[in-house]
Design a binder for this molecule. Sequence first.
Ligand SMILES: Nc1ncnc2c1ncn2[C@@H]1O[C@H](COP(=O)(O)OP(=O)(O)OP(=O)(O)O)[C@@H](O)[C@H]1O
Ligand SMILES: [Mg+2]
Length: 333
Amino acid sequence: MRFASLLPGEAKRPALETEGMNQAVSATDLSDATPSGPRIALFVEDGSGDWHARRLKKAMEARGARVVTTTLSACAFDTTSASGVDIPGFDGLLPDGAFVRSVSTGTLEQITFRLGILHALRESGIRVWNDARAIERCVDKSTATFIFQKAGLPTPPTRVVETRARAHAHLTADPRPFVLKPLFGSQGNGVRRAHAPDELPPPEDVGDVYYMQHYLRAPDATLFEDWRVFVSQGRVLSAMVRRGKTWITNVHQGAEPLAHDPCEDMSRLALAAASAIGADYAGVDLIRDQDGQLMVLEINSNPAWKGLQSVTATDIADTLAGDFLGAVTKVIA
Ligand SMILES: Nc1ncnc2c1ncn2[C@@H]1O[C@H](COP(=O)(O)OP(=O)(O)OP(=O)(O)O)[C@@H](O)[C@H]1O
Ligand SMILES: [Mg+2]
C-alpha cells in the first residue's frame, strides 16, 4: 500500500506533496551557504525542490543559519554513528534543528521509517518543525477531529468507521446529507457528498475507512466560503477567505483566495486548534455552519502558503524562519 497523502495543503498535487514541488534540487540547494550559525536540515519532497523550501532556505540563511536541503528518504538509522542517525550533509552528526516541508509519498514501511527519523531527532533533543507527533495527528483526519473535540473546540459532527457495511448502517440510522473525506486527503481531492447510504463509495476508494461528517451548508446556498488561518508560535500570521461557486472551497478546486482580517473568534479557534494538536505552526481551516457558528474543520501541519502569500503583506517564509530559528536557538543556548 502507498500513503497517498501526508501533506495536506492548498497545493496543486495530492499526496505528501505541496505546491510547486516539481523542480529538481540543485547542487546549490544541497550545499551549505554560510560558514556559521545553526545547522539546519530542511526535509523536502523526494527528488524535488519546492517554492516554499527555497524561500525558507533563503530566509533562514539571511538570518545566519546553515541549511542543508535533503529528504527524509535519504536518511538512515545507523548504530555505528554516535548519534544513531545519518542525515546527508551532516557526517553522522545531528543538526541543530530540522524543518519538515515534506515526508514524501511512500509505503506504510517508508512512512513509518521517515516518521521514525523525526521521532529520533526529537528524542535526541533536536527541535523539529513540525514534530512527528503533530504531523501524525494532522495527517489522520479522524485523530485531528477527535483532538478538537477533546479540547472543547466546535467541530462538525463526525463519525469514522471501518467497512462500508458499518458506514451504511450509520447513514441509515441518521439520514441526512453527509460529507465523506479520505482519511489522508488534501486540496479537496476525494471529498464528496452522500445523500443516501447507497451513494457511499466502494471500499477501495477510501481504504475501507469511512470518514462521515454532517454537511454544514444550507441546501439553497449559492456562495460558499471557508477560512484559512495561518498560525505560528501562538499567534496569527495571516488569514484568507476562500470563496467558491461550489461547496468545496479549496483553491485547487477553483475557489478564489481573498485577504481576510480574522475576527477574534477565528483567531482564538485557530490558535486553540494548533495548540491542541501540538503544532508549532499550522494552517487551520475554519467553516461556519448554517447558523453561522464557527467550527474547526481541519488543520495542516505542513501547510502551503503560496496562495496566502499572494494576498498578504506579511512575509510568511521570513516570519516562519525567524520563529523556527528562535526556537532552535533557545534549545541550543
Ligand atoms: N462538513 C462539511 N460541510 C460543508 N462543507 C465542507 C465540509 N467539510 C468540508 N467542506 C468543504 O470541503 C472543503 C475540503 O474539505 P477539507 O478541508 O476537510 O479537506 P481537504 O481540503 O481535502 O484537506 P486539507 O485541508 O488537509 O487539504 C472545505 O474547504 C469546505 O469548503
Ligand atoms: Mg482543507
